[in-house]
Ligand binder design. Structure first.
Ligand SMILES: O=C(O)CCC(=O)C(=O)O
Ligand SMILES: [Fe+2]
Length: 311
């Protein structure tokens, strides 16, 4: 047995949840202003793009790919590292509109991280793991590649609409996602990626969309599964609007090993040929980001775990 995890979580019935909803509204408004700087962000490519060897700062539309033919993606990212905004890592360059709101990004990071801990506590209990099994691997003050990602999808021309963000599973532990418009789709477990198999994830005001990433698959040796998802143009009249999206990716601490956790009877034993990685979470994320950025014919230089699932 295993569990394939993507769900909506209602936030408006708790004070902390209501506070997060307010922060989300503020980050969305700020996002609109940040992306209006797209000309500056693009022309300052060297300063703001793909900072710190990973996807931080600005990623312009068309830099990523949506399929194996190399078709360019249609989304822009602005990504802020948790360690940067909490002041535990060097401050990365950012335009004034962003740097003057560092405390908002810090509050948003803390709030999403704290929500993730509640989710991880539930999973820990349900799995019968020893106390603190997840928390001890996700201490907010320890270096990790946690990040907030603001995304803009410009409306696509009516005669040329298609997938805008590549089908993927997230790398980390838990993703907390906020959408206003439709466009996000999930592939039901076991389905092949034909168009008709993708299901819409309809956003609901006051709810976060929660999905598990591949680190949870490693920790539970496949008991928990990360859902394959993608973004396409929004259905119906929404397709003519700009779509903004906001995600917080909680990932294990950089020095944590990407290994099956001990102590739960629900987590299956490793088979002899299963890989249990002596790779730290920091290395895992950096390598997977780099592997996803190269063309298919250059993938041989990467270990198998870094390219699994790439088209
Ligand atoms: O924009 C969305 O709704 C999804 C974004 C996403 O899946 C990601 O950035 O990993
Ligand atoms: Fe994702």
């Amino acid at each position: 047995m295993h569990i394939y995890c993507l769900f909506l979580l209602e936030l408006s019935s708790s004070q902390k949840g209501l506070h997060l909803i307010e922060l989300v509204d503020d980050v969305f408004s700020l996002g609109e202003r940040v992306f209006q700087l797209d000309m500056e962000l693009r022309s300052e490519k060297q300063r703001y793009s793909m900072l710190a060897g990973t996807v931080l700062g600005y990623k312009g539309a068309g830099i990523g790919r949506i399929d194996e033919k190399g078709t360019p993606d249609r989304c822009e990212f602005w990504c802020m590292s948790k360690d940067d905004v909490l002041g535990s890592a060097p401050v990365l360059p950012a335009p004034e509109a962003v740097s003057s709101h560092r405390s908002l990004y810090a509050d948003f990071s803390r709030s999403c991280h704290s929500l993730t801990m509640v989710i991880l506590d539930c999973l820990e209990t349900q799995l019968g793991l020893p106390n603190g099994a997840f928390r001890s691997r996700h201490r907010i003050e320890w270096p990790s590649s946690d990040q907030s990602r603001q995304i803009r999808y410009l409306p696509q021309p009516e005669e040329d609409r298609r997938t805008s963000l590549v089908p993927h599973t997230d790398y980390g532990s838990v993703t907390i996602l906020f959408n206003v418009l439709g466009g996000l789709q999930v592939l039901p477990e076991g389905s092949t990626s034909e168009e008709e198999n993708w299901l819409w994830v309809k956003p609901i005001r006051g709810c976060a969309i929660v999905n598990l990433g591949d680190a949870m698959v490693k920790f539970t040796n496949g008991f928990l599964k990360s859902p394959m998802h993608r973004v396409t143009y929004a259905p119906g009249e929404q397709a003519s609007l700009t779509r903004y999206s906001l995600a917080y990716f909680t990932r294990p601490e950089d020095q944590c090993l990407m290994k099956r956790l001990e102590g739960s009877e629900m987590i299956p034993e490793l088979d002899d040929d299963d890989e249990d990685l002596d790779v730290t979470a920091g290395e895992w994320v950096r390598t997977r980001v780099r592997a996803a950025q190269v063309q298919k014919d250059q993938r041989a230089q990467f270990p198998l775990w870094a390219t699994k699932g790439l088209k």
